[in-house]
Design a protein around this ligand. Structure first.
Ligand code: AMP
Length: 316
């Protein structure tokens, strides 16, 4: 560690000790959980925390329990040295820096072990019913159980006053808010806007899997969401079937490129599926698609991308 590098704490006991010192000096603690391979989306949340808290803790942990056995746990991009260097270079307007990185090992976070097969997982896990089954949850059945469990564990260790999540994973923020409310955790949850590349593609660590041509084509995702939003705002189109067709048609700009998992309109609070958007309430339009990592090398596999826009109420 160079002198300007921020400390990296790898044990639960080490982080608890650090947290104790913050209590002693009555410091307000902001926390940003991440899986690392940081980009400007993560950094926007971190900068918010630097503005709003005395202390900012960032965790980097690729959480096994939110990956299905068929998913990309092993190949998920990791580069802790690069992440720490990046975090060390960030300061806010008052020269404040990230206070520490919490980068625990899997055995620190799951002392009893964590097999990927859910049927073999024993012990305590957190399930948030009602908002975990639809959308991402219908394609990835134990995903939010993994997310809620690890965020609960991280909250227990870091004990933040405020925690920051991105709208990029909008269902995750709904699940976490519900967990915090129902389990009386007393932590403020702040949701930050989606940070996008100039093309409009939402930043994601998984974009690293894509060739530049695939990245360019994937920018159509956001364009398709904006077209539907425009029809909602300007043409007063509230019919979900018709709005969905607008999204599909735009994605068809590149026939066969997008393999659509879902295009969905859901209530902003309950995530209930809608057939018509209530203009007094608005909705979440979200989608998940798989795209080829490299169209010229189909054997290089595909990447699943998600994105969303929130339709604001347009009537009183
Ligand atoms: P991850 O490392 O992918 O688990 O993300 C950590 C946090 O960063 C989550 O709360 C994400 O929603 C958030 N995040 C990821 N991508 C973006 C983005 N493009 N803009 C804003 N926040 C993001």
């Amino acid at each position: 560690m160079t002198s300007s590098e921020i400390p990296v704490i790898t044990t639960v006991s080490g982080l608890r000790q650090y947290r104790k010192s913050c209590y002693a000096s009555n410091q307000k603690v902001g926390f940003i959980p991440t899986m690392g391979f940081l980009h400007d989306g993560h950094l926007s949340l971190i900068k918010k925390s630097l503005e709003q808290n005395d202390v900012t803790v960032v965790s980097i942990f690729v959480n096994p329990s939110q990956f299905a056995p068929t998913e990309d746990l092993d190949s998920y991009p990791r580069n802790i040295d690069r992440d720490v260097a990046l975090l060390s270079s960030i300061t806010n307007s008052k020269d404040k820096k990230v206070s520490c990185v919490f980068a625990p090992t899997v055995s620190e976070m799951y002392p009893s072990g964590i097999p990927l097969d859910v049927k073999l997982q024993k012990g305590a896990f957190v399930t948030v019913t009602g908002v975990s089954e639809q959308l991402e949850g219908s394609s990835r059945p134990s995903f939010f159980r993994g997310v809620a469990t690890v965020v609960n564990k991280l909250f227990n260790v870091v004990q933040p006053d405020v925690a920051y999540f991105g709208q990029k994973d909008i269902q995750q923020s709904v699940v976490i808010k519900r967990m915090v409310a129902d389990l009386l955790m007393g932590i403020e949850i702040v949701v930050g806007d989606i940070v996008r590349a100039e093309s409009g593609l939402a930043l994601s660590s998984r974009n690293a899997y894509l060739s530049s041509d695939s990245r360019d084509k994937a920018a159509t995702i956001y364009k398709s969401l904006l077209l539907a939003q425009e029809a909602y705002v300007s043409d007063k189109e509230y019919n979900v079937e018709k709005l969905t067709d607008i999204v599909k048609k735009k994605l068809d700009t590149f026939p066969g490129f997008f393999d659509v998992d879902y295009i969905s309109f859901n209530d902003v609070d309950t995530l209930a599926y809608l057939t018509n958007v209530d203009p007094k309430k608005g909705c979440i339009l979200s989608l998940a698609v798989s795209v080829p990592n490299d169209v010229t090398f189909p054997k290089n596999g595909t990447t699943r991308l998600i994105d969303n826009v929130v339709f604001k109420p347009v009537q009183n």
